[in-house]
Design a binder for this molecule. Sequence first.
Ligand code: LLP
Length: 386
Amino acid sequence: MTKGIFPTDKFRDTRTPFYYYDTELLRRTLKSINDEAARHDGFVVHYAVKANANPKVLNVICQAGLGADCVSGGEIEAALRAGFPASKTVFAGVGKSDWEINLALDKNIFCFNVESIPELEIINELAARKGTTARVAFRINPNIGAHTHANITTGLAENKFGIALEDMDSVIERAATLEHVAFVGLHFHIGSQILDMGDFKALCNRINDLQAHLEHRHIRLEHLNVGGGLGIDYHHPNRVPVPDFKAYFDTYARHLKLREGQRLHFELGRAVVGQMGTLITRTLYVKQGAAKQFAIVDAGMTDLIRPALYQAYHKIENLSSQEPPETYDVVGPICESSDVFAKAVDLNKAHRGDLMAIRSAGAYGEIMASGYNCRQLPAGYITEDF
Ligand code: LLP
């Protein structure tokens, strides 16, 4: 019985909407990641902080020993505050500002994932001023399409991310002329919510070609970083609460030709935190329309923007009713017609006050919340808070 997985009685007096993070599931997920990655030499897993930076969640992830993947100075600060060591922190992003680069240099992070020559030159200049050397990996755009939503595919030539394949050699040559950067690896990321292992295999093949090409030029890489992207099962959060990390890591182990002593870094976000998070919201009104009925809930697109922004599916359950199902459009209170969580879904008959669970919302949920309509940001609670 799926409703049993939530402490619904304890939710009753809590102000809604809020995010509920199931730390038992999070720990189980992290154990699976660690177990499966440990079966392969040189695999190093970072958590992509952008998916969820709730301090309590970060703390659990950091305790499991993962490194951090950050895309802003704020994320670096959040990761370090939660306890992630700087020596396991990488910093990516197409537009790093000077203060962010300086912060990363001061903290002596593991590596910058660099996306252009102008950025490389600024990192070199800022590192020179501090009398230090920045370790850099180049983010290469592998021109591989992932089978996912157009807004979250990143590895195509048309995307703003990374350095074009044909420019890789000249960027490496440029780095060799700069005294305050040390070129140590290559970085890739082809997209998010990827469930077809063939996409990752295609990335492996591309990387093998690039490595062979660089070796001809006597360039050896200390590490490779293949980003994140492993998807979750939004339709079956109960049946598949933990993603198939075995298939994921095995794909890389089988297809990517790692050199002796070379390390392979991963930056997983959604697969780590997606399934353990649920947006809990209260039904305000059940409204009968001409052709349909609406369950109007107190969460809106300001709390979880994924359905409005990406037409993303999130399974919804009525936690308070056992009555026979009826069909509803579940909508929020925001003054936008796109403030819809789901259309024509079957839920146990809804009443004012019923608690609804919007599932698989641990990744890119709370962190993407906004204050539009002068709304309060949703709270985030972990199991131990109840
Ligand atoms: N590494 C890099 C360089 C990335 O750009 C991303 C995600 C990740 C790692 C983590 O990817 P993941 O393992 O979570 O797929 N807001 C969108 C997803 C945006 C993903 C951005 N980059 C959503 O709600 O679906």
